[in-house]
Write a protein that binds this ligand. Sequence first.
Ligand SMILES: C[S@@+](CC[C@H](N)C(=O)[O-])C[C@H]1O[C@@H](n2cnc3c(N)ncnc32)[C@H](O)[C@@H]1O
Length: 213
Amino acid sequence: MNNRWNKLIYRAGAPFYDYLFNAGPFARARKRVFADLAPKPGQRVLLVGAGTGADLRFFRGKELEVTAVDLSPAMLAQAKSKVNGNENIRFLEMDAQDLRFANQSFDLVIASLILSVVPDEHKCMSELVRVTKEQGRIVIFDKFQPRESEMPLPIRLLRPFIAVLGTDIGRDYQAILKPHLGGLFIQEDSPAMFGEMYRKIVLQRRASAGRRL
Ligand SMILES: C[S@@+](CC[C@H](N)C(=O)[O-])C[C@H]1O[C@@H](n2cnc3c(N)ncnc32)[C@H](O)[C@@H]1O
């Protein structure tokens, strides 16, 4: 997977994306994932790889400062069309592996279906952590390989073909999180859809030693 291919694939898929990934089981799973987040007015929210803005509805009209970034102008155009330019939401073209924000800029960082898509999921995860404020939260909704097990044969066989469509079904979230667990609490790690395949993971960034006193 690479950024150039992702841009092509998501440009082609942008007009149809919502029919599949913002409807039916996906729409229901998103509703469950975001039901209990309750960000406070004034908080800064970042949607990383925001795509067509399927998650925007959970953050609109709540006096939040919302920023949505994505590599694909075509996907961002779909997201913008959902808010008609009436709302105070920033849309920026940006690589999720190289976020152009200062350290600790956001209270809530949303990573829906992006760690399975970027070429380097470890770089992306480091960026999610870097831009999250102390005590801030990162919410991941994504598909990963089954926990604590060898990758099942069908997934191993299908993986390269599905990767051509712009997503990887075999990523290991425990390996992605491991280097960061010193600085993060896992608040929730639960199945979100299609059995164990899609997960909701809520992480909270720890306060630094000085702030804990
Ligand atoms: C599967 S879609 C998920 C979109 C949205 N978050 C959702 O939940 O529907 C993946 C998105 O990641 C974007 N993307 C792919 N590579 C990226 C990168 N390196 N940086 C930022 N966005 C990227 C694609 O353009 C696409 O919009």
